[in-house]
Design a protein around this ligand. Structure first.
Ligand code: FAD
Length: 563
């Protein structure tokens, strides 16, 4: 509330009072802005989102140097990897959430939390427009927050690919409420299927559970549902047990296609043994109240199947508020919000974006690498001596671990080849143009980081460390040399460390890709999964709740009440 153009109306609540003001520049006529005690010396940081990225940023941030406001439509952190377990009651929904106020209470200082949604980022004026999701707030439900730094961690929304009927008839699995709805819907289907006066064909349709998308979430849900039905529901609904069917529809040739081939084929074989049908090479073209329409990719044939419940789990898309922000900062042609390797939003460097809502712009990294070469080529000859070339490669590998991964796995050999002429003799110098050709191959191999909790949490921790060293690094930069400007970057760029990934496949079996190209599949992997997921809980409270839910399920089975 610093601008003189703002008309302030004090509502008279003394400590941390509420101020209402109208602002000619804002696109809303009257806004409410919270003014908790502010330290004018401190930079204002607004954090959007309380998911993996936002929460890990907050947990690691030294809040004594900043005035922090957190905005999120949900006042808790949810441990998303256990959402599929919530859909079938293996774990209760409250066991996987931690109130955000518990997390910020542990910080030594004041962090303001507002349960609201950011509806607009006003990049030019450095402020965000937020809307309370608790209904009108003293006649207004909107308020503005100014920021010096904006941390955008609002995740992504489901991607329907504009397929007709998906929004109306399909379930999604992104939020805790989604998992609760699915749980009720599964039980609903069983209760409907045992009602009198319906045909067997209708019962079969009602008990047909379809999962669109054979990625990790879809596969895990299919496995959970299969266990729930076989271990608990068939005993309670014995008359319809032979009519139940689970189908997974996948547009690619295999399910779990981002995993090692051994895991994907193990999952397919296991599903076949369990009677879960996997339809590959099929694209869903529409969903109606009772049927799913699909197109077989190989022949173009269109056919439909009846269903009782559908889960749509085909990937993520950018949220509207981010798309609007992208337009403001000249990123409208991109599909996702781009940042550099320091997680600064391209075109808006006082804003940072992390987690599922952004991707690190790989193209820019490639441009930077070419810059490194240009700068190293002091005499503009288009060539480098072998020693210079090796130095440059070292520099690239230090700065860009992502490149390292790909160079090491497939292309470093090509670069070393550049040090030899076609006859295999050692060269005295290296042609930069030739390097560019090798680089183009690397470029085509570079992938964005996956949209996972692992990436989001590491980015949150990384950014908190940068914020904690902000002042110190201003005078004592610790990052690599800058090539377009003189001096060094303040911080090291973000480096992702991959700790592997799991795929629970039901029947107390799981598959895991572990660091160092290790693959582990079977019952022991499931126990590894239990230990890792228990240890990764954000608090002792949720850890105890989750472990006791697992124990309860082992002893008593899952609860099938429809509440
Ligand atoms: P999120 O965790 O989605 O958090 C976004 C936050 O922003 C939320 O608090 C939301 O309420 C808030 N928000 C939304 N809109 C606004 C707005 N307009 N203004 C302010 N706040 C807003 N990853 C793994 O690594 N391993 C797994 O096993 C795994 N399993 C998964 C299972 C499921 C069912 C799902 C859905 C995801 C799974 N993931 C897993 C992926 C992982 O959950 C995401 O990659 C991760 O949540 C991304 O973190 P984030 O902070 O970017 O977004």
């Amino acid at each position: 509330l610093r601008s003189s153009s703002q008309l302030l109306v004090l509502l008279g609540i003394s400590n941390g009072g509420l101020l209402a003001y109208s602002d000619s520049q804002a696109d809303v006529n009257a806004l409410v802005s919270e003014s908790a005690p502010q330290d004018a010396q401190k930079k204002k940081v607004v954090v959007l989102g309380t998911g993996w990225a936002g929460t890990s940023f907050l947990k690691d941030l030294d809040i004594s140097s900043y005035d922090i406001r957190v905005v999120s439509p949900r006042n808790y952190f949810a441990f998303t990897p256990l959402l599929p377990s919530v859909t079938c009651g293996t774990v209760e929904s409250r066991s996987i959430v931690e109130p955000i106020r518990n997390i910020i209470k542990k910080k030594n200082g004041v962090v303001q939390f507002y349960e609201a949604e950011c509806v607009k980022i006003d990049a030019a004026n450095r402020r965000v427009l937020c809307r309370s999701n608790n209904g009108p707030l003293i006649g207004k439900e909107d308020f503005m927050l100014d920021y010096d730094y904006l941390v955008i961690a609002i995740g992504a929304e489901v991607n329907t690919f504009n397929t007709s009927g998906v929004m109306e008839y399909c379930h999604f699995l992104k939020e805790v409420e989604d998992a609760q709805r699915i749980r009720r819907s599964v039980i609903d289907c069983f209760e409907r299927a045992v009602l009198p006066d319906i045909t067997e064909q209708e019962r079969r349709s009602i008990l047909h559970f379809v999962i669109v998308g054979g990625g990790p979430t879809g596969v895990e849900f299919a496995a959970e549902l299969h266990d729930f039905i076989q271990e608990d529901l068939v005993r309670l609904y014995p008359t319809v047990q032979d009519l139940v069917k689970i189908t997974v529809i996948q547009s690619g040739e295999h399910i779990l296609n981002t995993y090692d081939g051994r895991i994907s084929s193990f999952a397919e074989q296991k599903f076949q043994r369990d009677g879960i049908e996997v339809k590959t090479g099929c694209r869903v073209v529409g969903v109606s109240e009772k049927e799913i329409n699909m197109k077989l990719k190989s022949t173009g044939e269109i056919f439909s199947i009846p269903y009782g419940m559908v889960l749509w789990s085909t990937g993520i898309a950018t949220r509207p508020v981010i798309r609007d922000f992208m337009e403001q900062i000249g990123q409208s042609k991109r599909l996702t919000l781009a940042t550099d390797e320091w997680l600064r939003v391209e075109g808006c460097h006082n804003a940072y974006a992390l987690g599922d809502c952004a991707t690190i712009n790989q193209r820019k990294i490639m441009e930077d690498i070419l810059d490194i070469f240009r700068v190293a080529d002091i005499d503009n000859s288009g060539t480098l001596t072998v020693t210079e070339f090796q130095d440059v490669i070292q520099d690239i590998l230090v700065r860009y671990p992502q490149v390292d991964l790909y160079l090491k796995s497939q292309h470093l050999q090509n670069m070393e080849d550049l040090l030899k002429d076609p006859q295999g003799n050692e060269r005295k110098e290296v042609d930069i143009e030739e390097f560019k050709i090798a680089l183009a191959q690397v470029d085509s191999q570079m992938k964005s980081l996956p949209a996972t909790a692992q990436v989001a949490a590491q980015q949150g921790t990384y950014l908190a460390t940068c914020f904690n060293h902000m002042e110190q690094c201003q005078t004592n930069p610790e990052g690599p040399r800058r090539f377009r400007k003189s001096g060094r970057h303040r911080f090291q760029p973000f480096r992702y460390k991959h700790f592997g990934q799991f795929a629970p496949l039901g029947g107390e079996q799981a598959a895991a890709e572990l660091p160092g190209d290790w693959i582990s599949i079977g019952h022991s992997t499931q126990w590894l999964w239990y230990s890792v997921y228990a240890s990764k809980q954000v608090s002792w409270r949720t850890r105890v709740l989750v472990v006791s839910d697992w124990t309860r399920r082992f002893i008593f089975g899952r609860d099938s009440s429809r509440i």
